[in-house]
Design a protein around this ligand. Sequence first.
Ligand SMILES: [Zn+2]
Length: 494
Amino acid sequence: MGSVPALNSTKPTQIPTQEEDSQNPSTALLSFDTDSSDPSNPPRKHTTTIIFISLLLITCIALSAASAFAFLFFSSASSSSSTPAQKSSHLETTSRPLTKLNRSVVLLISSDGFRFGYQFKTPTPNIHRLIANGTEAETGLIPVFPTLTFPNHYSIVTGLYPAYHGIINNHFIDPLTGEFFTMGSHEPKWWLGEPLWETVANHGLRAATYFWPGSEVHKGSWNCPEEFCMFYNGSVPFEERVDKILSYFDLPSAEIPLFMTLYFEDPDHQGHQVGPDDPEITEAVAGIDRMIGRLINGLEKRGVFEDVNIIMVGDHGMVGTCDKKLIFLDDLASWIDIPAEWVLSYTPVLSIRPPHGVAPWSVVGKMNEGLRSGKVNNGKHLKLYLKEELPSRLHYSASDRIPPIIGLLEEGFKVEQKRTKRQECGGAHGYDNAVFSMRTIFIGHGPEFARGRKVPSFENVQIYNLVTSILKIQGAPNNGSLEFPRSVLLPSPK
Ligand SMILES: [Zn+2]
């Protein structure tokens, strides 16, 4: 509640600056007048005339610069405000009434690997339209650890940290059964917690998913109904996904799903191959913006754009990696042998489960000794922990699925078993969620979100309660705070 709408915050900072600029010369002009009233020094009169002329010139330049700035500021402000209601942003105190829909609808959109800041890489008029007329996490959305795709998408829809929702990595082994989880595993036993589509279905209401990790899994009253639950297929063109979502708004109003998900693989896909600073990313970001434009257009045509609560997020960020930033486990051989069979994942979350009879604490001790010795290439950029001793802010220990030994890598470093001739540069994510490059975006747009408002960064486990608050349904217990929605959403009218 402590934040100020963007229009409010820009006006006082920009306009006074212009006033200050134009005021300085005029105060100088006043002091000149006092100088000229001194007739006792004629040669000085000549100097003061020169000073007068130069100050007059400076004043003219400053005034024209100020008016140019003012023109630019106001013209850009008016071009980004596409609806007249935005002008009254600072007056908004309650959520806006629906004009066409009968009930609140939430459309949750994920653009995979949309690192915070990508929105400034290239003109993104549609994303910026949502930002200008909605509520934005000013310095981005904080992912959960590990900052990987499956753990984060499932945290967003359950409000739970991975240790509690069970998807502790993109791939892992259940130590009790020895079974493997992969991104294609749809058995309910893997997917703990209650995702939003299940919560909605449990209330007898309709949800629809156009891809989201976990959405194909049957849970509670959610049985992934045909037509309202798309089975993951990365080759479906983005346009087709958007158009399907739009088609739901052509249904009779009682049949429109109240909660929908829409997922795009970009720009994560490109980020892994070329890193975050390649022109390919810029192109992918522009492509996502076009999809947002297509969506806005379709909603406007149906007269429901201002009625739908759109929440646009990413799951994590991206950082550049390169062959110079590698650590090889085989380099630790003088301290301890780490066979590949012990290693469940290498990068960026090194996860090790030693066999029975090998004490995890002794493995951690020997590995850290080697890494700190100064004799292992890049060793100081990796630190091993018993999972119980990881920083508590990571919430990464309360699950049997999490292996007993976890290695935290510094941003941009990678672990491999042994040296190879492969030389590669690209991008990665999965690092500590305190690393800024892992941040992604949060934008909320619609009747429950104030226009032009900025809120501080928050963790994505808060989104579950945000959605249930908008839909006015009782959610399942989770790691988010019940007070949080009040700090982001507009209160209902009394
Ligand atoms: Zn991802």
